[in-house]
Ligand binder design. Structure first.
Ligand SMILES: Nc1nc2c(c(=O)[nH]1)N[C@@H](CNc1ccc(C(=O)N[C@@H](CCC(=O)N[C@@H](CCC(=O)N[C@@H](CCC(=O)O)C(=O)O)C(=O)O)C(=O)O)cc1)CN2
Ligand SMILES: [Zn+2]
Length: 765
């Protein structure tokens, strides 16, 4: 009996991004596999030690991953698509990384990477399990048991964590057959999971954690039945290990009865996203089921209000006597240690908690429950103080922002004329050819550019020299775009570290960090800005760079902005007001920038909303509310311009069929989308009456270093012509080119421009 503190998963990347460095060094051939594995092993040891030191009783193993925890399960199951030429046996690192990143082969042959998509509603991306209807599975890695053993040798009795079989299959795709449900493969997957559990038992494991965030989704009866089958089978087959089932990211809701009926030993609840489900659970739960209460936010950086949490926890503890306290979900989504942020504004710093601080908070709660609040009085008082200072801080509230928001009229979210009339005015002004060519915004962020920015940040490269350097990069990029024959140019975004962070660093109401990296996918990390207060724009953010770039060319230079919904979804957002309210504030700030760009002479302004679809709530019944305010925020941003000013937007990683009405309601003049990997199938949503405006369906996948041929892009454009009217079609890549290298970009864009020329000839014939 008592309270234990559990960590459900810890960031893998290392305090100093050691994992990124080791991976990229290994991939580039600068170091051996052994060096990578040794770094990985050190990271695990440091993570276990640190979680213990900060007060966790239960620490996970197998939460570490060299690339992605979903890919780890595919490897464990031996689910390797044929194209990777895997011969069976153990899934080796070469095969594993080929699935993750593609393999170059020679002269642009090789295998493409698996499809990547966002993990639930986070900014983490996983590799979609790529299965066949006749897929077989065989235990093909020893990772789970190896890492358990490794921890044990260091003196840590861990609770291994695995992505559960049902969520794994819910996230999978059956190759070539969208109709077959991957859940049909459950019975073939379970024996492998069983084998892993048996091995863990043999090594001495007493508990295992099964992550099943799929339980927070809309499920049909077949999926609910799959949960019952899976856990009945596993608990019957391996009765000596206890299962902690950990759904998270939302309420169990209509899946609650299913979850409660599973023959597991423990159930975790995300009480940050769905505090209201607690009463229901307490009323229904069988007494012997161990509850793990996810009371500290694993998705955000705010310090918990410990006294308030205790008010809720004390009666539950008295009633049940036995509890686990945990973060709401894995700590993968938050930075590691606030202590590294020595330059942070101290007033704001005291409102924050990163991964290790969150574990310490849970420790305090556990001690207070077991020994009484007095035992941790100082810590509770500090928490009370921080909570009350945050509530009353004048830094958070800006009367001018609120007054302005209150005065917003519906007209401000409407362009003057409908699209058809705007198009005529824009065409008269811009005089673009049929099938105009453009790119999405960024050009390669070369090591040289990163180094210059880092040197500037360290104070070693004076501002003037840094600016001169960036101007030179920009000017080279503009000259090259003219030479290669693009129609609508971009400045290249060389001055930006990241499309969200760059704006966060210039807006009021935001703070940004130095070291607070969070994994986005593989070795790519982001430093999400922290929105702590009312948002406004103290000064123009992009106008000077636009003006400089436009001064170099007669062709239209696109103004390039990140939209309010994307800034919101890729930042740590304040939790003291609705997200919609914060989004509208950002919308007004970016609207100012749009208007300043127009005043400076920009004829085209692109407002990226890469994360608009990504931010869709997990439950369908919440979609409408979200889309209403998200679309409204975009419109508020974009509508303050004259009809002849062409508003572009860009979205990637999206399927549009189910939200096409909302996409159309954004009322952009041009949208560029990712379509290459789906072979233009995504365009099916954009049929004429559903979508009247112009569209740039991406004609090549920028995630791969492969240079696309003219022919394949022509073929894609022909497929686009079957679905759209000629006058609607733009020609562009799937997304920005910042992660590519110039030797890949130059021939690819040359081919793309050539493909557009051929298409114009076809259309004229
Ligand atoms: N926020 C966000 N989310 C997104 C995307 C996105 O672009 N932004 N795209 C989608 C895919 N996700 C992605 C996430 C990150 C990156 C990415 O390229 N990240 C970079 C870091 C970007 C960055 O902030 N760079 C900074 C810092 C660079 C850096 O590490 N500098 C070194 C020094 C470098 C040197 O001296 O050479 C250092 O500080 O130690 C800069 O350019 O200034 C990386 O991990 O490498 C790409 C895609 C979805 N989500
Ligand atoms: Zn994109």
């Amino acid at each position: 009996m008592g309270v234990s503190v559990a960590s459900l998963g810890f960031p893998r990347i290392g305090l100093r991004r050691e994992l990124k460095t080791a991976l990229e060094s290994y991939w580039s051939g600068r170091s051996e596999l052994d060096a990578l594995l040794s770094t990985a092993s050190t990271l695990r040891r440091v993570n276990w030690t640190s979680q213990k030191e900060h007060g966790a009783d239960i620490v996970p193993s197998n939460d570490f991953s060299l690339y992605d925890h979903v890919l780890d399960i595919s490897a464990m199951l031996g689910a390797v698509p044929e194209a990777y030429g895997w011969k069976g046996g153990t899934v080796d690192p070469v095969t594993y990384f080929a699935m993750a990143r593609g393999s170059q082969g020679c002269c642009a042959h090789g295998v493409t990477a698996g499809e990547m998509t966002k993990w639930f509603d986070t900014n983490y991306h996983y590799l979609v399990p790529d299965l066949t209807a006749d897929q077989t599975f065989r235990l093909s890695t020893t990772k789970v048991v190896d890492e358990y053993r490794e921890a044990k040798a260091l003196g840590f009795q861990t609770r291994p964590v695995l992505l559960g079989p049902v969520t794994y299959l819910l996230l999978a795709k059956i190759r070539g057959d969208q109709e077959v449900s991957p859940l049909g493969l459950l019975e073939r997957v379970l024996p492998v999971y069983q084998q892993v559990l048996e091995q863990l038992v043999a090594e001495g494991a007493d508990w295992v954690q099964f992550d099943e965030p799929g339980l927070a989704l809309d499920l049909d009866d077949a999926a609910r039945a799959a949960f019952r089958t899976a856990y009945a089978t596993l608990t019957a087959a391996v009765p000596s290990i206890k299962i902690m089932l950990t759904p998270y990211f939302g309420a169990l809701d209509d899946n609650l009865d299913t979850a409660l009926s599973l023959p597991v030993h423990g159930l975790h609840l995300d009480l940050v996203r769905a505090p209201e489900q607690l009463a229901d659970v307490l009323g229904k739960v069988r007494p012997e089921l161990l509850l793990s209460l996810g009371v500290v936010d694993g998705r955000n950086v705010w310090r918990a209000d410990l006294s308030r949490l205790l008010n809720g926890l004390e009666p539950i503890f008295r009633a049940r006597g036995n509890l686990v306290l945990a973060p709401s979900c894995s700590l993968l989504h938050v930075p590691i240690d606030l202590a590294r942020e020595t330059d942070l504004d101290p007033e704001i710093g005291q409102w924050l908690a990163f991964a290790v601080q969150k574990i310490a908070e849970l420790r305090t709660l556990a001690t207070a429950l077991e020994q009484g609040r007095d035992a941790v009085r100082d810590v509770l008082e500090a928490s009370d103080r921080a909570a009350s200072l945050r509530r009353s801080s004048p830094r958070i509230h800006d009367l001018a922002v609120q007054t302005r928001l209150m005065a917003v009229t519906p007209e401000q979210s409407c362009r003057n004329a409908p699209f058809a009339r705007r198009r005529d005015e824009q065409q008269a002004w811009l005089d673009l050819p049929l099938f105009p060519t453009t790119t999405i915004g960024s050009f390669p962020q070369t090591p040289e550019i990163r180094a210059a920015r880092a040197a500037n940040a360290r104070g070693e490269l004076p501002e003037a020299d840094y600016t001169a350097f960036l101007r030179e990069q920009t000017s080279k990029a503009v000259r090259w775009q003219e030479e290669v024959g693009l129609d609508a140019l971009v400045h290249g975004e060389f001055e930006r570290n990241d499309m969200v962070q760059y704006f966060g660093e210039q807006l009021s109401g935001f703070v940004f960090t130095k070291h607070a990296w969070v994994q986005s996918y593989g070795s790519r990390y982001v430093r999400p800005p922290i929105i702590f207060g009312d948002v406004s724009r103290p000064h123009p953010m992009t106008v000077e760079w636009w003006r400089y770039a436009q001064s170099l060319t007669e062709r239209p230079m696109k103004g390039m902005l990140t939209g309010p919904v994307t800034i919101l979804n890729w930042s740590f957002v304040r939790d003291d007001q609705p997200r919609a309210a914060t989004c509208r504030q950002i919308a007004l700030a970016i609207r100012d920038e749009v208007q300043d760009l127009e005043a400076a002479g920009a004829a085209m302004i692109q407002i990226d909303e890469a994360a608009l679809r990504e931010g869709l709530p997990l439950r369908r019944r919440d979609w409408k509310t979200y889309l209403d305010w998200a679309v409204e925020s975009f419109r508020l941003t974009a509508s303050g311009v004259a009809d002849r000013t062409q508003i572009h937007t860009h979205m990637c990683y999206s399927e549009f069929n189910d939200i096409i009405v909302a996409i159309a309601a954004m009322d952009a003049d041009v949208i560029s989308i990712e379509t290459a990997r789906s072979k233009m199938e995504l365009l099916d949503a954009f049929v004429q009456d559903a979508y009247p405006a112009e569209i740039g369906p991406g004609v090549y996948d920028i995630h791969s270093p492969r240079v696309p041929t003219v022919e394949e892009m022509v073929a894609l454009l022909r497929a686009a012509r079957e679905r759209l009217e000629d006058r609607q079609i733009w020609v562009n890549p799937d997304c920005g080119l910042k992660t590519r290298k110039w030797p890949e970009v130059e021939p690819a864009i040359a081919n793309m421009v050539e493909a557009a020329r051929l298409l114009r000839a076809e259309a004229a014939a």
